[in-house]
Design a binder for this molecule. Structure first.
Ligand SMILES: [Zn+2]
Ligand SMILES: [Zn+2]
Length: 326
């Protein structure tokens, strides 16, 4: 069985290649996801650590109670309740954790722990149709490779591509569809006299040489015909005057780079920098288009400038970490 890297909302681990990423919600503070195959289900869940901290054992008991309630609601025969088959100490990454096996219809395996570094209660849940050697191997691989906190940027890795983004960029939008994926990460810094908002939009389109038969090998034309209007709408702008920059390379691909700037407001002024990178990746047969925006709003009497340096720095670290085919 082969495994691949998964990175999502500040959580990283190795997942079997045949696992489908089927559900997700929330952001790095609180959220969840589900991986599925015909044989198993793996769920990850996290929420902020509450001010009144309870022991992980109490969290586990609450979880079992909630399961029992659901069980009752589904109208199971009375007297048939949830059984805890095993409960023991475990380790996940650098943390003490609790492992338990709870019997509902099938056995469910849980790992629960506090990650103080990322301020989250983490819960991993494993359900297998048949629990055998392969199941053991999957759990071991997921748990042993799991990283729930780290220094430096977050690694986003799924659907055969990966990139890194600073930790203060939170997931604010995600759509995964056949032939297309769309992610928006947003960072906000607000003080009484200014507001800095940075966004990172990452889109890809699959089967590019079929879907965009006429334009996939002329990315400038592809951008104008198929993406520009959609991008303006997303950025809530009627139009942005883009200027093409000197092309750069990402691995073997030629990047089309466009830059723009917009200003608005009278007493409270905002300046926004835009950079778009678009390219065709032969290996994955995808067109990728990535947009970074940095916007600074402030009262007219403040002389502060948009941080072009920070914008460029974000862009460069994104580029150096971006892998469009694995
Ligand atoms: Zn951690
Ligand atoms: Zn590529």
């Amino acid at each position: 069985m082969n495994f691949r890297e998964f990175g999502w909302n500040g959580l990283n681990f190795e997942i079997p290649e045949d696992a489908r990423f089927t559900r997700f919600a929330g952001d790095a503070k609180g959220g969840s996801f589900v991986f599925e195959s015909d044989e198993y289900l793996i769920e990850g869940k996290w929420e902020p650590i509450p001010k009144k901290r309870q022991s992980i054992s109490v969290i586990a008991t609450t979880l079992i109670e909630k399961m029992s309630e659901k069980y009752k609601k589904r109208g199971r025969i009375s007297g048939q309740s949830i059984k805890v088959l095993e409960r023991k100490d475990a380790r996940v990454f650098t943390h003490d954790a609790l492992f338990m096996i709870v019997k509902e219809q099938v056995d469910e395996r849980f790992y629960l722990w506090y990650c103080d570094e990322s301020n989250r209660i983490m819960i991993m849940r494993f359900i297998f149709k048949i629990f055998d050697e392969t199941s053991k191997k999957i759990i071991r691989k997921v748990i042993e490779s799991l990283i729930c906190h780290k220094e430096g940027p977050n690694v986003w890795s799924l659907l055969n591509f990966r990139f890194e983004a600073p930790k203060d960029f939170y997931l604010t939008e995600a759509k995964i569809a056949v032939g297309r994926a769309h992610f928006v990460l947003t960072a906000k810094k607000v003080s009484s006299f200014s507001e800095m908002i940075s966004t990172l939009i990452v889109d890809y389109y699959s089967l590019a040489n079929v879907v965009f038969k006429d334009t996939y090998n002329n990315i400038g034309e592809w951008f104008r015909k198929n993406y520009e209007r959609d991008l303006f709408r997303q950025l809530k702008k009627r139009k942005i005057k883009f200027i093409s920059e000197e092309p750069k390379k990402l691995s073997t691909h030629d990047l089309l780079i466009k830059k723009g700037i917009s200003r608005s407001g009278f007493s409270w002024r905002s300046t926004t920098l835009y950079t778009n990178l678009s390219w065709y990746c032969q290996e994955s047969n995808r067109i990728y288009t990535v947009t970074m925006t940095s916007s600074l709003s402030k009262p007219f009497f403040l002389k502060r400038k948009t941080s072009e340096i920070e914008h460029t720095r974000h862009l460069e670290s994104l580029l150096s970490s971006f892998k469009c085919h694995l």
